[in-house]
Every structure is written in C-alpha cells, then in structure tokens.
Design a protein around this ligand. Structure first.
Ligand code: OGA
Ligand code: ZN
Length: 373
C-alpha cells in the first residue's frame, strides 16, 4: 500500500530525522515519535505497556546508520537503541485521513446513482465475500440495498446483526413507519418528508439507518436519497460564507413526547482537522431555534436557507419506490433521505432501525483481512 521503501537519502539533527524515499516522498520524525513507536517499545496483550512519561524529555538523536531495509538509531541521554524496519517508517508522517472523510468517498449525484447498488439478502447473510462487497460499497457511497428480504417483522434486526450492533432508542430496537391516528412524529403520517438525517436530537446521533419495506401498495410515498457530502461540497463552491457559518456554529435539535425529552447542540456540517467534510445534518422538523443570539440569527438564517436550498436540488436526488422485500442501509451522517406524500388508499408499511458506523467498519476491516486482496 505504501509503495516501495527504498531510501534515497537520510539526514538527522538532534531532534529531527528526515527520510527521502525513491518515489519522491519524504517523512520527518521527532525523537518522541521515534521512541514512542519503536518496534521494541514495551507491549503487553497487544497494548502499550508504558507511558509517554517513561520517555526522557531530553531525548536526542546521537547516531543513525542505514542498512538496505533497516535503520539503526541511538538516542541520548540514555544510549537507547532502536532498530526500525524501513517499512515501519514509510508514509508514517502523513496526515491521518479518516474513512469518514469526503476524501475517502465517492460523492454522487442523481446521474451517478440511477440505481442503488443491490445485493440479494440470502447471499449477503451467508456469503462473507458478498458482505465485504456490500460494505465496501457502503463505505464509498454511503448506501446499499438488499433485495429478497423476507417480508417479516424483525428482519432489520437480523441484517444489523450481520454487520454490527443494534442502536436501541426510545422508539425501541426497531420502529414501524406507517400512518397513525395520533402520531408524535411526522414520519408516522402520510405527509411528504423533505431531505433529512434522522434523530439529530440524539447525542451521539445514530450513524446508520435501515428501512425495510414490508408492504407498499400506496399511491405515492416514493423514497429519495441524496449524498449530503455532495450537497455540502456544492454549498462550499457556491456559497463559501454559508458553508463557513454552518461548520463553525452549533444549533439545537430536540424531540419531545410524553416520555421523552431529547436535545442536542450540533453543527449542520462538520469538517475534519484538515477541513474536509466528514458529517452532515439537517432535519427541518426537529430544529430548535427558539433561543439564539442576534448575531447568530443574522448569520445562521441565510446560511441555513442556502443549505436547505442545496438539499432541494432535484439533480442530487436518487428517487425510487421501495418494494416489499427491499431494505436500504444508509450512513445517517452523510446520506439524507426523504419521501413523497402518499394517499390513503393502499397499505404502506416500513420497519426502521438504527445501528452505528464503528461496528460496520470493524466488520468491513476484519472481512478485508480475511477475504480482501
Ligand atoms: C423515517 C423516514 C421515510 C419513509 O422514518 O425516518 O424518514 O419513507 N421515513 O416513510
Ligand atoms: Zn427519516
């Protein structure tokens, strides 16, 4: 992955080691890093068994010698020696780019996503190679679909158990989405729902959502998904000031019913330390702006309006009608979902549930170890 590890040139000063590689890249290290990451540093049960405070603050490089695939270092004041394989140094001073960042994704618009990537449920459940493919696609696009899912209650939970852990909430381990007489949430009506992420009022937010269609003979009620990272990138290009406001200021979301009072203060667009988009939110139904400074009112409203306009852009929306036996899994920190209104005639019944990205990524990474190239 890190390419060739042939060293072209090496230079050191008491507090800096610089390496130039044959492929033109360069790495630089401090004494602290070198001693902390030494292959012979104390490890027990796969975990560090020493503290940073065990490394002398007065460490300095006294001598460095190279071999074709190794580097020998000697440190003062304690004559501490380390031998590094070059492969353990190549690329290690590059910034860490998380798998959550836009840099690691394939952003999409409607034109790139004419159909959702789909796998058959029996194959996903039984065949680890199929699961690996679906989870790799999820990492890149933030969504995949399963077909041939039995139209039975509770299948969402079985699918979650195949890649991670159920995130139980006040709605239960799963929730039924159908129109109700006296709903506490517009999801449980026949109204259309604009592009949104679910549950921004929870801290931490559930990072994966599933929707399984059990019945859908209603007229209308089509689903749409859009890539919130693409929408945020669009906002950054067209209205950098709005992007800047939404990445700096928090706003509240809340949800209330007779047994529940949830509230969270969050940014609508979050960026990494490098400034890359890594999490987005929007939910018109649960945003709470009741208390806000005048300065915030002045900057937030135009910015939020611009964000809401981006999220209405039809060229971003991948629209489809969920059929019985279909189930979608999407990244609730990236992919926004919504639905068109539906009529009273006919039956529409979805089951939803939440899970989290850390469990899914853990499954992806272990499957890669076993089945990846
Ligand atoms: C939801 C939701 C969409 C639908 O329950 O979170 O957005 O298609 N439902 O009913
Ligand atoms: Zn929703």
């Amino acid at each position: 992955m890190l390419g060739n590890t042939v060293l072209e040139k090496m230079q050191y000063q008491p507090h800096r080691l610089s390496l130039w590689w044959q492929d033109g890249s360069q790495d630089d290290f401090t004494c602290d890093w070198l001693r902390d990451n030494a292959p012979n540093a104390g490890y027990d049960s796969g975990q560090k068994a020493y503290s940073l405070l065990d490394i002398p603050t007065t460490s300095s490089l006294l001598d460095v010698s190279t071999e074709p695939d190794q580097l020998h270092l000697m440190f003062g004041p304690d004559n501490y020696r380390i031998c590094f394989p070059l492969a353990a140094l190549k690329g290690r001073s590059r910034p860490v780019i998380s798998d959550r960042s836009e840099c690691r994704k394939q952003l999409w618009s409607a034109a790139d996503m004419t159909a959702l990537p789909v796998w058959s449920y029996p194959s996903f459940m039984e065949n680890p190679e199929t699961k690996l493919e679906a989870l790799e696609r999820f990492r890149l696009s933030g969504v995949f679909k399963l077909k041939d899912v039995p139209c039975e209650s509770g299948e969402v939970i079985k699918v979650i158990n195949a890649f991670g852990f159920v995130r139980e909430t006040n709605y239960g381990a799963l929730f039924d989405v159908r129109s109700r007489i006296d709903p506490a949430n517009q999801a449980f009506t026949r109204r259309g729902l604009g592009a949104h992420t679910d549950n921004p009022y929870r801290d931490p937010v559930p990072t994966i959502q599933l929707l399984h269609c059990l019945q859908n003979t209603a007229t209308g009620g089509d689903t749409f998904l859009l890539d919130g990272f693409r929408a945020a990138a669009l906002l950054r290009d067209t209205n950098p000031e709005a992007f800047d406001v939404l990445t700096r200021h928090e706003v509240s979301f809340d949800y209330q019913d007779t047994e529940t009072a949830l509230t969270a203060s969050v940014k609508l667009i979050e960026t990494s330390a490098q400034g890359d988009i890594c999490r987005v939110r929007y939910n018109n139904r649960s945003i709470n702006t009741r208390q806000m400074t005048y300065e915030m009112q002045q900057c937030f409203y135009p910015a939020c309006r611009a964000w809401a306009e981006c999220l209405q852009d039809e060229s971003l929306k991948c629209c489809f009608k969920l059929q019985p036996g279909e189930l979608i899994v999407f990244d609730n920190t990236r992919v926004m979902h919504g639905r068109y209104p539906y009529e009273e005639k006919g039956e529409r019944h979805l089951q939803g549930a939440y899970s989290d990205l850390d469990g899914l990524y853990s499954t992806l990474y272990t499957l890669r170890r076993q089945y990846g190239e």
